[in-house]
Write a new protein. Structure first.
Length: 371
């Protein structure tokens, strides 16, 4: 019944997901997409009241390292839905989510059996300390300059304009629907601009629960146990995502402390019902994987955690998550979508990279065929 609040919300989420898929399919099917110029997109950026803005200062500037993070703590933050996706188990409405998938007439019994076996292995992983979780979180003063974010080592450096590093952003260019008042987003929009004279901050993190995965998988491979090889990798991946979720909670309430009074259940955390975002390079809000290189330098991530970037800029161990922290209450996730060559040229110039290099890394979002 729609009178039941929980049922109503689940139905709403289900319909919303379905319509988002339909909407995306529709847009993907259009051969001639319309774009606005980069100048117009910048003109139609979101407008925030920076004059009355007052950033909350984090507890520290620089990095804090977490070694051997408590896996029992992370277990409570596991989002099980993607775990079942790995095994291609998906319930039908109203049994799509966890734990309602167990009620599904087609996949429920199999899902429950898989879940129970996963938890037996998870008990063993925790009790015998077979996997190790490590991470680092870093905060620095920051201001935005157009589509880019200037990062400063400390407040003195910000005062004198001595930039330590730059994070580069890409802006939406796909024309919005005629009736839409939605702005054209870029991640830099959520940081106070230099022109405001306001001090702001940016955070970043890298976490992994993948230390020990190779050793566990090697043992299972010797035993010809492919099932548990997949299971270990799937659980390590869920623990890494849980680490990112739990650490973001610590950031909001304590380490940065911009949402000290937040009181949300785990289910609400997984539905992103909190202030602030943690977008990652290589994902829709900033599709350029090379921005991770800058983050790794600022966090000294490899030296402090052992998480390294491969040649293709994937993370190793594979069960790792990284991203940026934005605290602005109106910060939101968005997809940059396809971009035109004028933005690629502009971006390459700002990054002092060749257009060819930028085109290679941004190939999935180019709205044209490179020469």
């Amino acid at each position: 019944s729609l009178l039941d609040e929980q049922t109503k919300e689940e139905l709403f989420d289900d319909v919303k997901d379905e319509y988002e898929d339909i909407r995306q399919d529709y847009y993907d099917s259009l051969e001639e997409r319309k774009f606005v110029s980069l100048a117009m997109a910048r003109k139609k950026r979101p407008q925030f009241d920076w004059q009355s803005f007052q950033a909350v200062a984090p507890q520290f500037c620089g990095s804090r390292v977490f070694d051997n993070y408590n896996l029992s703590t992370l277990r409570k933050f596991i989002d099980w839905k993607p775990f079942f996706d790995v095994w291609q188990l998906r319930g039908k409405y109203p049994n799509r989510g966890f734990p309602k998938i167990f009620n599904d007439k087609d996949v429920g019994a199999e899902a429950k059996k898989l879940y129970d076996e996963a938890n037996v292995l998870l008990d063993r992983i925790i009790d015998e300390k077979l996997l190790t979780a490590r991470g680092v979180v870093t905060f620095y003063p920051a201001q935005s300059d157009g589509d880019d974010i200037l990062v400063f080592e400390n407040l003195e450096a910000l005062g004198s304009g001595t930039v330590m590093s730059k994070l580069y952003g890409l802006r939406q260019q796909l024309e919005k629907e005629a009736a839409s008042i939605e702005p054209y987003y870029c991640l830099s929009d959520f940081i106070a601009p230099v022109s405001s004279g306001k001090v702001d901050y940016i955070g970043m993190f890298a976490v992994s629960a993948g230390f020990g995965v190779t050793e566990m998988c090697d043992k299972f491979k010797i035993e010809m146990d492919d099932y548990n090889v997949i299971m270990v990798k799937a659980l390590a991946d869920r623990l890494a995502e849980a680490f990112a979720e739990e650490l973001h909670l610590q950031v909001r309430q304590h380490l940065w402390g911009y949402a000290r009074d937040e009181k949300l259940e785990t289910e609400d955390l997984l539905k992103i019902k909190y202030d602030g975002i943690r977008p990652a390079p290589g994902y829709p809000s900033q599709p350029d994987h090379t921005e991770k290189v800058t983050m790794w330098k600022m966090m000294d991530a490899f030296a402090s955690t052992g998480i390294e970037l491969t040649e293709s800029l994937a993370m190793s161990p594979a069960a790792s998550v990284s991203g940026l922290y934005f605290a602005h209450p109106q910060s939101t996730y968005f997809a940059v979508g396809k971009i035109k060559k004028e933005q690629v040229d502009d971006y390459a110039g700002r990054k002092a990279e060749s257009v060819e290099t930028v085109e290679r890394w941004l190939s999935p979002v180019l709205a044209y065929e490179p020469a």
